[in-house]
Design a binder for this molecule. Structure first.
Ligand code: B12
Length: 210
């Protein structure tokens, strides 16, 4: 089995005690942090599929989340991006009603290593909190994550309230998460969408005109 396969498998098996060692071993062997992340994400996708097939239940989803976080403790310092970014501010959050924050946290880590200043509002964030953060921080980009079909509409809620407050033309909104694509993102009022966190950092630099 390749190292990537092993990493994927260990995540599917929810082996929280072993994951850190395996990530470290993969990095020591010369595997890039980005490839490790891809293998782990493939494992997460399989966990999601097993959940859909009712072979895994909520307990397994929770454990998969914990296992990924454990892997990330080792992986995070290695996930450097190329830029020597300026301290441009980005507000990051997972939308209201949504408690998935692993993808958002990966994006935050990558943005931090690229030199951005992050205002991390966490997950399940009410739109009023976003408005408050825009007013208080003057951030020019909002990065929102939504992993649930039933929470993607929250993107539109944030877009609408920013318009009502006269703030919408002061900020760009970029979104990400499995139920989204560029077309839906635009329909919901976002300016941009990216498939994954690495791509997200690139797009955010462009939004800042870098
Ligand atoms: C772990 C997990 C959980 C954990 C989350 C733990 C945590 N702290 O995040 C817990 C147990 C809490 C959970 C709960 C639920 N979950 Co869940 N969960 C997952 C699972 C298995 C993995 C998600 C994950 O972390 N992936 C790994 C990360 C790295 O990937 P990612 O989040 O997609 O992020 C990447 C990109 O999308 C992108 N990205 C993400 N955000 C952003 C933002 C921006 C701006 C950009 C640019 C990019 C970007 O970059 C990231 C890295 O490259 C997925 C299945 C899957 N394969 O996605 C289901 C899944 C998302 N869950 C699902 C469901 C149904 C639920 C529950 C409703 C289950 C229930 N019956 O209670 C609850 C909802 C709770 C709630 N209110 O949010 C469904 C959603 C179906 C749908 N389309 O609506 C999925 C798809 C499983 C499935 N196949 O059925 N879940």
């Amino acid at each position: 089995m390749s190292l990537a396969e092993e990493l994927k498998q260990i995540l599917i098996e929810l082996d929280i005690d072993e994951i850190g060692n395996k990530v470290q071993a993969a990095l020591d062997s010369g595997m890039s942090a980005q490839d490790v992340l891809s293998a782990l994400t493939a494992g997460m996708d399989e966990v999601g599929r097993l959940y859909e097939a009712q072979e895994y239940y909520l307990t397994e989803l929770v454990l998969a989340g914990e296992t990924m976080k454990e892997a990330f403790v080792i992986l995070q310092p290695h996930l450097k991006t190329d830029a020597q970014g300026k301290k441009n501010k980005v507000i990051a959050l997972t939308v209201k009603g949504d408690n998935h924050d692993i993808g958002k946290n990966i994006l935050v880590s990558l943005l931090m290593s690229a030199g951005f200043e992050i205002v991390d509002l966490g997950m399940d964030v009410h739109e009023d909190k976003v408005v408050k953060a825009v007013k208080e921080t003057g951030a020019k980009v909002i990065a929102m994550s939504s992993l649930l079909t039933m929470t993607v509409e929250e993107i539109s809620t944030v877009d609408q309230i920013l318009k009502k407050e006269g703030l919408r033309d002061k900020v760009k909104i970029i979104v990400g998460g499995a139920p989204l694509n560029m077309e839906l993102a635009k329909k919901l009022g976002a300016d941009d969408y990216a498939d994954d966190a690495v791509e997200g950092v690139r797009h955010i630099k462009t939004l800042f005109g870098e």
